[in-house]
Design a protein around this ligand. Structure first.
Ligand code: SF4
Ligand code: SF4
Length: 288
């Protein structure tokens, strides 16, 4: 198979670019086997890039899903199809998340911004990266990775929690569990934060129509099935969704949901109950 043939197919799947990095054992996430052991004879990592646009703000009473997580889930399944396509042509191919995708992408060019995100030379940082190990292609020569970051500080200024360079203060780091009180007012969408990327002059400023849900459908659990379809069952877990929705309701002053939040404070486990108690205090004017 020619590389251009795979690139054409990848474009039909929604990827904007496919690049070809060399496969060795230095890109593995901790605890995984060497790439060549993951796929005997692997010569190359196909690095697939699917762009997305951050979500526009939703209407009042709605909460939007992070555009990244919807795109990431779509890119995961598209990369599986790309691996199937290579195998159908008679070569070996394995879609894997065992490889550090950011490091694999850097081998093909691009750079890391001061916000810690990978920047594709043409697509910027609003891009989901997937990796497919294969013996179908020879890797390209390593790309130029000199920094294109302007060091302008716009990302740091846009970060609500002063998190740049301190992963423990990043909202993304905490969205799996109990969010520290100092960050609770900053939850503005489900499952993610893209503020430091949106502020970057190297990224396009377009947004996508929000994929949003009425808060009452989130609190009642009705929205979870659709969220799982969009973001994947691992990401869109009921507890994670509810615990973020109560913070968002409080941060946006939505007093209409006080009764729903009371029920969650009384009936749910952690971190939902703690978040709900904090949200009630805020909506009742007892904290700011
Ligand atoms: S906002 Fe400025 S400093 Fe931050 S990643 Fe973009 S160019 Fe670099
Ligand atoms: S993702 Fe959000 S919280 Fe994390 S560094 Fe960027 S702006 Fe700050």
């Amino acid at each position: 198979m020619e590389k251009t043939q795979l690139l054409d197919f990848a474009r039909r799947l929604g990827f904007a670019d496919a690049r070809f990095a060399d496969a060795d054992d230095t890109l593995l996430k901790p605890g995984f086997k060497q790439p060549r052991t993951l796929l005997e004879g692997a010569s190359c990592i196909v690095v697939l890039f699917m762009p997305y646009k951050p979500s526009a703000p939703p209407e009042k009473g709605l909460m939007a899903l992070s555009a990244y997580y919807a795109a990431s889930h779509a890119s995961f399944h598209a990369a599986r199809s790309a691996a199937d396509y290579i195998r159908e042509a008679g070569a070996r191919a394995l879609h894997t998340t065992a490889i550090n995708a950011k490091e694999a992408a850097l081998r093909t060019g691009g750079f890391l911004g001061d916000n810690g995100f990978y920047y594709h030379p043409r697509l910027g940082s609003f891009v989901c990266i997937q990796t497919v190990l294969t013996d179908a292609f020879a890797p390209d020569a390593r790309g130029k990775t000199g920094s294109g970051c302007l060091h302008c500080g716009a990302c740091a200024a846009a970060c609500p929690s002063g998190a740049l360079g301190t992963i423990e203060r990043c909202l993304r780091y905490h969205l799996n569990g109990l969010v520290p009180e100092t960050l609770r007012n900053d939850v503005y969408q489900l499952l993610g934060c893209e503020k430091c990327q949106s502020a970057c002059p190297l990224n396009a400023s377009e947004t996508s129509a929000p994929i949003s849900f009425p808060l009452e459908r989130i609190f009642s659990g009705e929205a979870v099935k659709r969220l799982r379809e969009l973001a994947g069952p691992n990401m869109a877990r009921r507890g994670r969704i509810l615990s973020q929705a109560v913070l968002y309701a409080a941060a946006t002053g939505q007093t209409a949901y006080i009764d729903d939040i009371k029920k969650l404070a009384e009936n749910e486990g952690e971190p939902i109950a703690s978040h709900a108690r904090w949200a009630l205090m805020k909506l009742n004017g007892e904290n700011k």
